[in-house]
Design a protein around this ligand. Structure first.
Ligand code: THU
Length: 255
């Protein structure tokens, strides 16, 4: 990779690292995914008081890319040196193994394009998004879910105060401990793009519309990142069911 391209990407990923949520370790980290068309997106480390629920920067950017159907990652740039566990995780993900191009860069050297100025970000809606639209978009997102193990696609849509939407889906990984549910994938996309004010989360599980609810791990993360947000479950033909995220986890653990 050309030095000037690498340095431009490094500046971006280091700026993104400032958006990490690292109240416990104070070790910011970000990963930038460069796509085949030169567009790029970032994932940041998102910590939780329940330590095993930390979302690593690499998981965040892979889930965010996959959730919008972008699997054409040509390089990954980290805010500091690549870790061994990141290479291992990558091998079993849709992005597959990559060459080490520098201490902090992995990629497919032949196919790296000049990065553009454009960050892939959420979709902005000028008008207030109603529940029916939120549910429709969460349902639509499930088309990107990858569920060879469970055959249980889930779609989620996070909406910020300024009406920007970020979608998330469940992407199953060879190592189950590395995967993110749809809700956490959508949170990772929003936080990676610098959002701090999440107002709504819409969730759709088309295979169990009447009974589905967010899992405990997602509740813990939602409570920490967006305790005041309203979560609405798609109930298929029935009216959506909505809860405040803090209500979903009574007596929540906090440090
Ligand atoms: N799943 C979610 O995406 N969200 C939840 O809240 C519960 C479960 C996913 C994880 C796994 O891919 C599949 O659904 C079955 O558990």
């Amino acid at each position: 990779m050309e030095k000037s391209i690498a340095n431009r990407l490094r500046r971006r990923v280091r700026a993104a690292a400032l958006r990490s949520r690292v109240p416990y370790s104070d070790h910011p980290r970000a990963a930038l995914a460069l796509m085949s068309d030169g567009r790029w997106m970032c994932g940041v480390r998102i910590e939780n008081a329940s330590y095993p629920l930390v979302i690593p920067a690499l998981s965040a950017v892979l889930a965010s890319a996959n959730s919008i159907g972008r699997q054409d990652i040509t390089a990954l740039v980290f805010s500091d040196s690549v870790k061994l566990e990141e290479k291992t995780m990558l091998q079993q993900s849709f992005a597959g193994p990559m060459e080490q191009l520098a201490d902090d860069i992995l990629g497919h050297s032949g196919s790296i394009n000049e990065p553009g100025d454009e960050l892939i970000t959420g979709r902005h809606f000028p008008d207030e998004l109603d529940t029916a639209t939120g549910i429709r978009l969460a349902r639509k997102a499930t088309q990107h879910a990858y569920t060879p193990e469970s055959d249980f696609p889930v779609g989620a849509l996070v909406v910020t105060r300024d009406q920007t939407c970020y979608q998330g889906v469940n992407v199953e990984h060879g190592d189950w401990t590395q995967m993110l549910c749809a809700e956490r994938a959508a949170i990772a996309a929003a936080v990676g793009a610098g959002e701090t004010n999440i107002q709504y989360i819409y969730v759709s599980c088309p295979k169990a519309p009447a009974t589905a609810t967010p899992c405990g791990a997602c509740r813990q993360v939602l409570c920490e990142i967006a305790p005041e947000a309203i979560l609405c479950m798609d109930r298929g033909e029935q009216t959506a069911e909505c809860f405040r995220t803090s209500e979903l986890l009574p007596m929540a653990f906090s440090l």
